[in-house]
Design a protein around this ligand. Sequence first.
Ligand SMILES: Cc1cc2nc3c(=O)[nH]c(=O)nc-3n(C[C@H](O)[C@H](O)[C@H](O)COP(=O)(O)OP(=O)(O)OC[C@H]3O[C@@H](n4cnc5c(N)ncnc54)[C@H](O)[C@@H]3O)c2cc1C
Length: 405
Amino acid sequence: MAKNILIIGGGPAAVFAAIEAKKRDREAEVVLATDEAAEPYEKPPLSKAVLLGKANPEDALIAGKGGLAAHGVTVQLDARCSAIDREARQVITTKGQLPYDALVIATGSLMRELPMLPPGAPRVHYLRTDAHGRALKAGLASCKHVAVIGGGLIGLEVAASAAQLGMEVTVIEFAPRIMARVCDDETSAFLLAEHQHHGVEIELSTSIKQVTPQLDDRLALETNDGDIVAADLVVVGTGVKPDEALAATAGLTVQDGIVVDEFCRTSDPNIFAAGDCTRFPGPQGAVRLENWRHAQDHGAVAGRNAAGANDAYRAVPSFWSEQYDLYIQGVGWPDPSVPRIRRPLSGKSLLMLEMASGVITYALGINAQRDLAAIRRLIERKVPVDAAALADPSKPFADMLKAKA
Ligand SMILES: Cc1cc2nc3c(=O)[nH]c(=O)nc-3n(C[C@H](O)[C@H](O)[C@H](O)COP(=O)(O)OP(=O)(O)OC[C@H]3O[C@@H](n4cnc5c(N)ncnc54)[C@H](O)[C@@H]3O)c2cc1C
């Protein structure tokens, strides 16, 4: 009898799990159940091209033009999964019960909310879904001054988009520097200067103490430093947390993320999980990642294994961000304890590398896509490199790959 493979979620982890499961087992009935109303779409453009009016959320389907149907996957929209009956091997959804022989949970992450600025409050925006993207775009149209809470990836992309639309922008960041989770000091300082160059005001090492609606309808945000920022619109970008409630209620092991092994298997051998919602084994111990490429690669492994394969997840992770004319990219596993090597590049480009035991372990670049593509292969293949050559822009990374071959 054909196997039932059920995938919960509507992001890249779920979509690639579904596509790869079907590829691996053509006879299987593969169903993807998402609580969203639309065929799974790309989220990254929401903070960039969508706000800038260059794209609509529905323009980019994750599964490609024909959607999931073109891959032989059945999609259940508006199907929120509320419980997993592990004994009966079925999932309870708002559309009824769905049976499974193998299940993949890819519920992604939930926005960290600020109680002082709750979602749905007037002039307050969060950004996770296409509906959020549309609402924010509409809000920005009648707005002069935007306050962004959080100087991480999403907050800074929104700040850059709003600045390019001609708005006054203030970013309020708790940490002493921006993008501190993924950038070293020098890259943070470079990005800070770029935002300031575009007129964005960035307040560091502070947070919101009080929010007061004003008579003119704006919100006055008082910071711990005593500054008052009067904003027509506030965007909260204070990070995300794993959406693990469904798994936890089903009795699966969760620990700030659904715990999976290198095969994306949860504590139930018939249930896999992938993407933002998981904690999985990385080279430096159990880890969570919140980026698109990881979700795609992790989901693909979970889907194949749900269909009977036994693939280990070994992908080299990476993230990207776009702010103004800057393409920021990280590849590999960052480790603050490892010495950093700076490769001088011309113009508005920047490249920083980390090396351990003679191989590159992480690289962070700005407008250095070609170098980073070669570096990804050097990391994947664990090619031994010379630290002096990494710092020398006259020594192409592509040659280091050839040297190995
Ligand atoms: C605005 C924005 C911009 C971004 N930009 C970048 C970028 O430039 N670069 C980058 O690397 N990453 C970026 N990211 C992050 C990236 O999109 C995420 O890491 C990725 O989407 C995670 O994929 P996922 O499949 O694990 O989860 P998600 O994409 O979060 O998908 C989870 C899905 O599951 C659904 N779901 C949850 N619970 C249930 C349930 N109980 N029943 C049914 N369905 C459920 C959700 O509605 C959602 O559709 C961005 C994210 C956002 C929001």
